[in-house]
Design a protein around this ligand. Structure first.
Ligand code: FAD
Ligand code: N01
Length: 540
């Protein structure tokens, strides 16, 4: 790969990130005859599935749906081993994509993009990396991921522990053997909920430090039967269309009945059926769960009841039961044996609401009422989500305006695809798009296809730049906020609103208007000659 030269290499597009988004973008652009290169900080493809190798990591969208749909031969030939594929298998799939479509020679690994500066005179992006690369690209496409910047807790002494520490989002490739160890884990989000049962099985003792309990639904994971796989394969076009035509990019049907209109018996039956089916479909039990506090309470009560049924010690069950936010407004977790783990003799739960962490110490951890000694500590403390990876790059648009500065009060985009003042810069599953509130594979494909079509349109119309107008961006931001405020999501201190990062503006970042509604809007905008975008070179 070329290193720094006196005159930068000229490309049609730079793509940042080699997760599913970056790989599919490269594949599409090459197919259309554009010159493009991907820069990836890691030394392999797969993004999320390359970095998050903690025990128990797996997807919580069914494998048959959490996969690419763009190539009918690929989807017929690929086989998943389980209902919910484990991390290693998804990573194998990602590597298969890289090999099958011969993408590797277009990806520069171990290279972090450090800056992207728009040169107004040339109408091009000057992209620089930590390896000294200088590229001049007409288009700059951020496939940097919504959950790709791991975050440590803001706790005094976080670096002072004498033993090894591990973050779930940055897990050692060789794995970790917890046998015989005293382990402390901080956090009880999805990553913790998946890893805790596995760590508990291995470790001599595991102490779980919980600040906020989460609602979790059993995955009811299964070995994939060839009959089920074939049944889906026989109707893949229809199955994929169902997903694209739904609010969350999922093929499974949502109940159109409102919980508040159902009888108590209907509600219990529906919740029990969804619980037995397992997974995120629980939130589709009734149409009003994320809109109506009373409806939500019926679902939350059901899950709290289950926690008390499973966990033998009622005090522990009570600590594990979320009470101060509506179910679904922090990302719903999906587990395999999470609550059962608290019945083990070698597992203890510490309620940080009652006894907050004071410091991490060389020996372990100190709360307001006790000191704990550990052989290792696991941080399952999440990510600087949605904007973290973008804000880590020095991105400058017209007049040298830094994206970070523009977003000081929260991210502003048009359709989560572009930002006014930053021509030809695109974000895949960016803030203001359905992204993390959808099956991400569906959202990634939709964004990549839209960007590829847009670049083709510009080329055909000999138009060098496309840029969201301020008016369209303002309207979209207002719409994203309105729709968000019509739900219960703003009531929770979640990473959806940036609450997990001190100082981050509290803004509900993803678009909850529905994947299908959103995709229709994107199609309509393009059909109207890119309505809300200014086409040309000299837009201000
Ligand atoms: P990523 O996979 O995050 O890839 C982004 C890549 O960009 C990374 O490899 C990163 O190293 C690279 N990068 C970032 N900044 C730079 C830079 N400056 N220079 C160079 N490279 C850079 N979604 C679902 O729909 N279903 C699930 O079941 C699901 N499970 C998940 C489980 C976990 C543990 C996590 C963390 C997320 C999960 N997600 C899930 C969300 C998941 O992130 C997406 O499904 C999807 O993998 C995102 O792909 P991506 O290519 O957009 O981003
Ligand atoms: O991160 P999180 P995650 N002191 O932010 C706690 C996807 N994903 O990596 O809630 C004490 O959810 C924090 O507590 P609180 C999915 O989208 C999917 O688990 O802030 N505790 C919380 O308990 C998910 O939502 C899967 O009070 C501190 C935890 O750390 C997203 O990735 C699997 C703390 C962080 O939870 C992120 O999940 C994994 C402190 N100072 C991830 N700081 C699937 O199953 C933080 N915490 C598909």
């Amino acid at each position: 790969m070329p290193q720094s030269t006196s005159s930068p290499e000229q490309l049609d597009a730079v793509i940042v990130g080699a997760g599913f988004a970056g790989m599919y973008m490269l594949h599409r652009l090459r197919g259309l005859g554009f010159s493009a290169r991907v820069f990836e900080a890691g030394d392999g493809v797969g993004g999320t599935w390359y970095w998050n190798r903690y025990p128990g990591a797996r997807c919580d969208i069914e494998s048959m749906e959490y996969s690419f749909s763009f190539d009918p031969t690929l989807e017929q030939q690929w086989s998943w081993s389980q209902r919910y594929a484990p991390q290693a298998e998804i990573l194998t799939y990602a590597n298969h994509i890289a090999d099958r479509y011969q993408l590797r020679d277009g990806i520069q690994f171990k290279t972090r993009v450090t800056s992207a500066v728009f040169d107004e005179a040339a109408g091009r992006w000057a992209v620089a990396t930590d390896q000294g690369d200088q590229i001049s690209a007409r288009h700059c496409i951020m496939a940097t991921g919504c959950l790709s910047v791991p975050k440590l807790p803001e706790v005094p002494g976080v670096d002072s522990f004498a033993g090894p520490t591990y973050h779930t989002g940055y897990w050692p490739h060789e794995g970790v053997d917890f046998s015989g160890m005293r382990v402390g884990i901080i956090g009880t989000g999805s990553s913790a909920i998946q890893s805790i049962p596995h760590i508990a099985e291995q470790a001599a003792h595991l102490t779980v430090f919980q600040r906020t309990p989460n609602f979790s639904i059993p995955a009811q994971n299964l070995t994939m039967t060839r009959e089920y796989e074939q049944e889906i394969k026989d109707r893949f076009p229809e199955f994929r269309a169902q997903a694209r035509d739904s609010g969350f990019g999922l093929a499974s049907p949502a109940n159109e009945l409102a919980a508040v209109d159902a009888t108590e018996e209907q509600r219990q039956r529906e919740y029990q059926e969804r619980w037995d089916q397992g997974g995120l479909g629980f939130l589709l039990s009734f149409s009003d769960i994320i809109y109506d506090v009373n409806a939500n309470a019926t679902a939350a009560n059901f899950v709290r009841g289950k926690i008390h049924e499973v966990v033998k010690d009622p005090k522990v069950a009570e600590i594990l039961s979320p009470k101060d936010y509506p179910i679904g407004t922090k990302r719903l977790c999906v587990d395999s044996g999470y609550y059962e783990t608290f019945n083990r003799d070698n597992v203890a739960l510490v309620d940080l609401r009652a006894t907050p962490i004071e410091a991490i110490t060389p020996e372990g951890l100190r709360t307001s009422d006790a000191s704990y000694a550990f052989d290792c500590i696991v941080f399952a403390t999440g990510f600087d989500a949605m904007t973290g990876a973008l804000n880590k790059i020095d991105i400058r648009g017209r007049d040298g305006l830094a994206l970070k500065e523009k977003w000081a009060g929260g991210p502003r985009t048009y359709l989560g695809l572009q930002v006014a003042g930053f021509p030809n810069l695109y974000t895949i599953t960016g803030p203001g798009s359905p992204s993390v509130l959808s099956n991400m594979m569906v959202s990634i494909e939709q964004h990549v296809d839209w960007i590829a079509d847009c670049m083709t349109y510009l080329r055909e119309h000999e138009t060098p730049t496309i840029e969201a107008t301020v008016a369209a961006e303002d309207d979209w931001v207002a719409h994203v906020n309105d729709v968000g405020e019509g739900t219960l999501f703003p009531l929770a201190n979640s990473w959806y609103v940036g609450a997990n990062v001190p100082g981050k503006p509290r803004v509900f970042t993803p678009y909850i208007g529905g994947f299908n509604v959103y995709a229709e809007k994107c199609r309509d905008v393009a059909a109207k000659g890119y309505e809300g975008f200014a086409l040309g070179a000299a837009v201000r």
